[in-house]
Design a protein around this ligand. Structure first.
Ligand SMILES: [Zn+2]
Length: 288
């Protein structure tokens, strides 16, 4: 927000005042409209400095309420900045209502992402969601991913299993990872699978997970929660290089990866579990 484009210091929108951050966010005529709407000043009058104003908010509010409020103002500030730039560079008139709508859409999207276990039913039809594992088409490979989260919540066993069109287990990897959340663990497992696609030179691959949010983040350009952003970035990068499709599947269709991730911490997986899967694993490869 500190950047100023162009040589003039005068606000490009109202052309009346110097374009300070405070002017841009609170004082310019077009943003005043939503200042009152949003109770942005929470009783402190017009802030003379954004820094002071923010630290006042931090003093006044606590916990969830503070997080929610900060999220809201950051998103709104960002969209005000974008609208300002759209005006300066593309000559699109500023529109408080549209700016606010976009900011709220972003806030909503972000709040959804903060709930990793949220079950979404939108965008996915029944056909998309296999209730039973299906082998891929001839010439394609499927990688199922899962994580078993340690009871301390900070470590996970991430597993990726690779099967061919006959449903035969071809390869698999299990890793220990430090994780921030189950979603983070699921994404690490997906990254592991994408890494296998690359290192094995698989041409057509489908990566499957029973965590819908992890799949959504992998396939879309949704803004990631900060604590998983790095993994998501890795996955998207790998997808640009390789031909990888993603699918969200029901939990009971993800039995093999689930079983592998679950057995590894108990030491139940033999060293060469891929070449000689234990009976349980073998039965999974046939039936699930
Ligand atoms: Zn102005």
């Amino acid at each position: 927000m500190r950047r100023r484009c162009g040589s003039s210091k005068v606000c490009p929108i109202c052309e009346c005042f110097e374009e300070s951050i405070e002017h841009l966010l609170f004082d310019c005529q077009w943003v005043r409209a939503f200042g009152c709407n949003l109770n942005l000043n929470i009783g402190h009058g017009h802030p003379s400095s954004v820094q002071k104003w923010t630290s006042q908010i931090v003093d006044d509010l606590k916990g969830e309420q503070l997080m929610g409020y900060l999220e809201k103002i950051v998103m709104i500030a960002w969209h005000i900045w974008k609208s300002r730039n759209d005006f300066v560079f593309n000559y699109n008139p500023v529109d408080p209502e549209r700016t606010l709508r976009k900011a709220f859409a972003a806030i909503y999207e972000f709040s959804e992402l903060r709930i990793p276990s949220l079950i979404h039913t939108d965008n996915l039809t029944v056909e998309d969601v296999y209730s039973r594992w299906k082998a891929p088409d001839h010439g394609s490979f499927t990688l199922n991913c899962d994580v078993a989260v340690h009871h301390n919540g900070r470590e996970g066993i991430c597993a990726a299993v690779l099967r061919n069109s006959e449903g035969i287990l071809v390869d698999g990897q299990v890793i220990n990872a430090k994780i921030n959340s189950p979603l983070h663990g699921e994404l690490v497992a997906i990254r592991l699978a994408c890494g296998m696609v690359k290192s094995l030179g698989i041409r057509r691959a489908i990566v499957e997970s029973d965590n819908q949010m992890a799949i959504k983040l992998s396939v879309s350009e949704l803004v990631s929660p900060w604590d998983v952003a790095a993994v998501v970035l890795d996955i998207r990068q790998l997808c640009e290089e390789e031909d990888i499709k993603f699918a969200w599947i029901r939990r009971n269709a993800n039995g093999l990866a689930h079983s592998v991730a679950g057995q590894a911490p108990k030491g139940l997986l033999p060293v060469n579990w891929v070449a000689s899967p234990k009976d349980t694993t073998r039965s999974f490869t046939r039936t699930i």
